[in-house]
Design a protein around this ligand. Structure first.
Ligand code: PLP
Length: 473
C-alpha cells in the first residue's frame, strides 16, 4: 500500500499568509531589541523528542510565535547598535521567500540560468564600484564575511605558494582584524606561528612601517610572505587601513592584498564613495557583505577577486555526475569558483532590493547612518563624564564613562554592567568592546529606521544605568 503523506491537508495557505501579514505589520521599535530565553524554555526545547505521530501544526505555530521566535536578538531593530547590525529590508525577505519557495539550485548556470546571470551582473557591478577593470570580474556569493575571507585566503595561498611549501608561508594582519581571518588561516593550513599581528596607530589603522619591517625580516629569515589583509571598516572602530600604502608594500614584496570590507565597503554606494577607500582598486580580492549595509537578510555576502582565473585555479573540479550541467565555455558555474555545490540563489534578493530602491535610496540610507553616528558623538560630547574614544568612522563610534573618583577597573565594570542592563531592559543593544585595554560602549548606527529620538533615548538610559551602578558600588 502506498503511504499517505500528510501536508496537503494542513492549512498552510492561511498559516503562511497570516505569518507574512503579521511580519509586515509589526512595529519593531515597540518590541524588545533583544530577549534571552528563560532556563525552563531552554530545557523544554533541548529535551523535546521527535514524536512518532506528528503534532497539531497550530500548537507548533504557537510555540514558534510565543517562545522560539520571541527570545532572540533582533539585529534589524532600530535600537540594535551592537556587532554590525543586520537591517534587512523587507524587499530582501521577499527575495528570500521567492528563492526558497522555488528551492533554486544555484550551483550551475544550466540549473538556474537567470538567477546566475543576475549574480554575475551584480559581481560586475560591485567590481565596477571597486574600480576593478578586468571584466568579467571573478566573484561568488557566499553565506557571509567569514566564508568570503576563507575563500580569499585559500585563493591567495594557492596563487602565492606551492602546497608542499605552505609551512613557510607568512601572512600579515593588524590586531584589529576580524577573528574570521584567524579561522581562515587555520583552515588554509597556515601555521599559527606564521601569522603576524601588526600593531595599529592611534586611529586603529595598521602601522605600515611595522608591516614593511616585518615582511623584510621574514624574507631575510627564509620565510615566504604571501598575503597581507587590510580592513575597510574594522569591526571595533570602523577604521580603514591605508590601502594604497599596503598595496605599495604588497607589490614590492609579491604579496596578495586582501581587503576585508565586510561591512565597510558598502559605503562605496554613499555620497563620499571611493574617496573613503583610496587605493581599493589595487586589492587582489575583497570581502563584502550584503547582509550588513546592503540591507539584506542573512546570509548574503560576496568575495570578489580581481582575476576570475584565480578562483577557478583554487575551486574548479570535474565530477562525472555533473557532466550534463557543467559549463565548458566562458560561462563560469558558481560551484567552479567557490566551495559550495548546492547553494541558494543569494544574489536574487539583493538584485530585487537594488532594482526597487535604486542607487539614490541606497546613497540616502548609507549617508543617513553616517550622519547618525556624528549626531550620536555630538550628544555624547555634551554628557558629563562621557568621553569619545573612537570618533565616528563609517557609522561606528565608541565612547565611555569615566568617573574621576573611580579606578579604571571600576569604571570598566560599571560600563559593562550598564551594557548588560540595557540589554536586559530590551530597549536597545549597546554592548561593549575593548580598545587599548579599556572597556568602551560601541555603537554602529547603520539602520535607516533609527531615529534621533532612538539615539537620545538610548544615551539617556545608558547614563542612568551607569549612575545606578555607581550608587550601588
Ligand atoms: C570586518 C568584518 N569581517 C568579517 C566579518 C564576518 O562576517 P560574517 O559574520 O558575515 O561571517 C565581520 C562581521 O561582523 C566583520 O565586521
Amino acid at each position: 500500500m502506498v503511504m499517505e503523506f500528510r501536508e496537503k491537508d494542513l492549512d498552510l495557505q492561511n498559516i503562511i499568509s497570516d505569518e507574512v501579514n503579521k511580519y509586515l505589520k509589526r512595529d519593531l521599535g515597540m518590541m524588545a531589541a533583544t530577549k534571552r530565553a528563560p532556563q525552563q524554555l531552554i530545557d523544554k526545547y533541548e529535551k523535546m523528542e521527535v514524536p512518532e505521530k506528528g503534532r497539531d501544526i497550530y500548537d507548533i505555530m504557537n510555540e514558534l510565535d510565543n517562545e522560539i521566535l520571541e527570545y532572540i536578538h533582533r539585529g534589524n531593530h532600530p535600537r540594535s547598535f551592537s556587532f554590525i547590525p543586520g537591517p534587512g529590508s523587507r524587499l530582501s525577505w521577499l527575495g528570500d521567500i521567492l528563492t526558497t519557495a522555488n528551492n533554486i539550485h544555484a550551483s550551475n548556470f544550466k540549473n538556474a540560468t537567470l538567477p546566475i546571470s543576475i549574480e554575475r551582473n551584480l559581481v560586475n557591478y560591485f567590481a565596477g564600484k571597486l574600480g576593478f577593470e578586468i571584466k568579467p570580474a571573478g566573484g561568488v556569493f557566499v553565506s557571509g564575511g567569514s566564508m568570503a575571507n576563507l575563500t580569499a585566503v585559500v585563493t591567495a595561498r594557492d596563487e602565492k605558494i606551492a602546497t608542499k611549501e605552505v609551512y613557510r608561508a607568512v601572512v600579515y594582519i593588524s590586531d584589529q582584524v576580524h577573528h574570521s581571518l584567524s579561522k581562515a588561516f587555520h583552515m588554509a593550513g597556515i601555521p599559527k606561528e606564521n601569522v603576524r599581528r601588526i600593531s595599529v596607530d592611534a586611529e586603529f589603522k595598521m602601522d605600515l612601517k611595522a608591516l614593511a619591517e616585518t615582511v623584510k625580516k621574514d624574507t631575510e629569515a627564509g620565510m615566504k610572505p604571501i598575503l597581507a589583509v587590510g580592513t575597510a571598516g574594522t569591526t571595533n572602530t570602523g577604521a580603514v587601513d591605508d590601502i594604497n600604502g599596503m598595496a605599495d608594500i604588497c607589490e614590492a614584496n609579491d604579496l596578495w592584498l586582501h581587503i576585508d570590507g565586510a561591512y565597510g565597503l558598502s559605503h562605496l554606494l554613499s555620497t563620499k564613495g571611493r574617496d573613503l577607500f583610496p587605493g581599493i582598486e589595487r586589492a587582489d580580492s575583497v570581502s563584502w557583505d550584503a547582509h550588513k549595509l546592503l540591507f539584506q537578510t542573512y546570509s548574503c555576502a560576496m568575495v570578489i577577486v580581481k582575476e576570475k582565473q584565480h578562483l577557478l585555479n583554487s575551486f574548479s573540479e570535474q565530477a562525472e555526475y555533473l557532466d550534463d550541467i557543467q559549463s565548458d565555455d566562458d560561462v563560469i558555474d558558481p560551484e567552479m569558483i567557490g566551495m559550495e555545490l548546492t547553494r541558494p540563489a543569494r544574489a536574487v534578493k539583493l538584485w530585487i532590493t537594488l532594482q526597487v530602491l535604486g542607487e539614490e535610496q541606497y546613497r540616502a540610507r548609507i549617508d543617513y547612518g553616517q550622519r547618525l553616528a556624528e549626531y550620536t558623538a555630538e550628544i555624547v560630547e555634551e554628557m558629563e563624564n562621557w568621553k569619545i574614544i573612537s570618533r565616528p568612522s563609517l557609522s561606528i563610534l565608541s565612547f565611555k564613562y569615566i568617573h574621576p573618583n573611580l579606578s579604571e577597573a571600576e569604571n570598566n565594570k560599571v560600563l559593562s554592567n550598564a551594557a548588560q542592563r540595557m540589554a536586559a531592559s530590551g530597549y536597545a543593544v549597546t554592548y561593549t568592546t575593548e580598545l587599548n585595554r579599556q572597556k568602551v560602549i560601541r555603537m554602529c548606527t547603520i539602520n535607516p529606521e533609527t531615529t534621533k529620538e532612538d539615539i537620545m533615548g538610548t544615551l539617556n538610559r545608558l547614563d542612568g544605568f551607569v549612575k545606578d551602578e555607581i550608587e550601588g558600588l
